[in-house]
Ligand binder design. Structure first.
Ligand code: NAD
Ligand code: DAU
Length: 369
């Protein structure tokens, strides 16, 4: 059995679904069900005896000790986190609690659990920390992509909290010999992503006739990775990664945000044309930039290719098509996650974006298309 934390969120749920599609090894899924955690993501596993879901907090030491003792997992894959940069700017406290304190409590619980295991089981134990490229800060336009040797330089409360948790993971290995693996990946996209992140927000807003809020000039660059490729890379690192090492995971697909938004609009124009015949591009609205916005991320994923033979399966063209199709085919999922709390967040984050009226018409979108 493996223990997955945060397995009701975007990447965690994709990981659990993919894991159980390719293996019969059971999953214990611990998730607090924050606004980002959603049991609808795991609907297909409702009656599956290989999946055991527990609603709980990674900061709850007693719960962790009990679950580890009862289920005796051979590995812990740690996704649970507060993950949204904009939310971390509006309210960093939850990021400190979950990403730093929560990871510390989890590491301590796993250290105690591991110490009590018989030799053979202790040698096979793994703790896999799922981290991000954001811990490295921002790249200059012509700088080479981030390699595993790059020093951390986090710029947002979110990335600082992830960097802090990565340092704890490293220290628990160095000091206590905890058998850890760390992965740093670039921006994920694909099915089940909460529509606060760029790609699902653009799809959902476009279809609702709402503005497409592009921060600043839209020339910030990100390196996009299809979520199923991220999941296959994590499985590979868990299977064959060298203890104490970190591995970069990327899709080899660096693009400016504005080009991402253009691709989505073009796909929607073809797959679900607007009734008025206009392009979705007309909904683009350049809005105030994110404070401290990192200009560029790019990931050098050669180590995982060279040492573990992993490569992404999707291209940008195939991945974004699948993603847009998925959102078109799952309007109920979108409706379910757009609760009152979601609408409050949209109001807090985008006060400067003109609202759409009841007919879905934008009243005063400053088009940057
Ligand atoms: P998400 O916000 O969609 O999901 C996070 C999950 O963690 C949710 O189900 C939430 O309920 C759960 N959770 C939050 N706090 C918890 C707590 N205290 N105890 C237990 N569960 C808790 O995030 P995601 O996009 O799926 O990201 C998963 C991991 O991958 C995170 O660690 C994130 O830093 C990392 N990551 C994400 C991306 C990306 O592009 N989304 C890229 C690089 C790294
Ligand atoms: O790089 C990996 C990181 O990617 C992960 O560690 C984070 O958990 C994940 O949230 C993501 O962070 P970003 O800040 O890069 O993702 P987001 O989708 O919020 O934004 C992507 C880019 O798009 C970023 O440059 C900000 C911009 N953006 C975002 C939103 C939500 C807009 O221009 N408009 C928007 O409305």
């Amino acid at each position: 059995m493996i223990l997955v934390t945060g397995g009701a969120g975007f990447i965690g749920a994709n990981f659990v679904l993919d894991w159980l599609a390719s293996s019969d090894e059971p999953v214990l899924n611990l998730d607090k069900l924050s606004y980002a955690g959603n049991l609808h993501n795991l609907e297909g596993l409702h009656q599956d005896p290989r999946h055991r879901f527990v609603q709980g907090d990674i900061g709850d030491s007693a719960l962790l000790a009990g679950l580890l003792a009862e289920h005796q997992p051979r590995a812990i894959v740690h996704f649970a986190a507060e993950s949204h940069v904009d939310r971390s700017i509006h309210g960093p406290e939850d990021f400190i609690q979950t990403n730093i304190v929560g990871t510390f409590r989890l590491l301590e619980a796993v250290r105690r659990y591991g110490a009590a295991l018989p030799d053979r089981a202790r040698q096979g134990l793994r703790f896999l920390q799922v981290s991000t490229d954001e811990v490295y800060g921002s790249l200059a336009p012509r700088e080479p992509a981030f390699a595993e040797t790059r020093a951390f330089q986090p710029n947002s409360p979110y990335s600082a909290s992830k960097a802090a948790s990565d340092h704890l993971v490293r220290a628990w290995h160095h000091t206590y010999g905890l058998p850890v693996l760390t992965t740093h990946c670039s921006n994920n996209y694909g099915p089940l992503q909460f529509p606060e992140k760029l790609i699902p927000l653009m799809i959902v807003n476009a279809l609702a006739g709402q503005p497409l809020p592009v921060y600043g000039d839209g020339l910030q660059r990100r390196d996009w990775l299809y979520v199923k490729d991220h999941c296959s890379a994590i499985r590979r690192v868990l299977e064959a990664g060298q203890v104490g090492h970190s591995y970069h995971i990327g899709g080899g697909n660096e693009q400016a945000n504005i080009d991402i938004v253009h691709s989505i609009c073009t796909l929607l124009d073809a797959l679900r044309p607007r009734p008025d015949g206009q392009s979705y591009l007309s909904q683009i609205a350049h809005v105030q930039d994110r404070p401290g916005h990192d200009r560029r991320y790019a990931i050098d994923a050669r180590k995982i290719g060279r040492e573990l033979g992993w490569q992404p399966a999707e291209t940008w063209a195939s991945g974004i098509r699948k993603t847009v199709q998925w959102y078109l085919e799952h309007p109920q999922w979108v409706a379910q996650v757009q609760t009152g709390a979601y609408r409050d967040w949209v109001q807090t984050c985008y006060p400067q974006v003109p609202a759409a009226d009841a007919a879905g018409e934008i009243r005063a979108a400053g088009s940057g298309a």
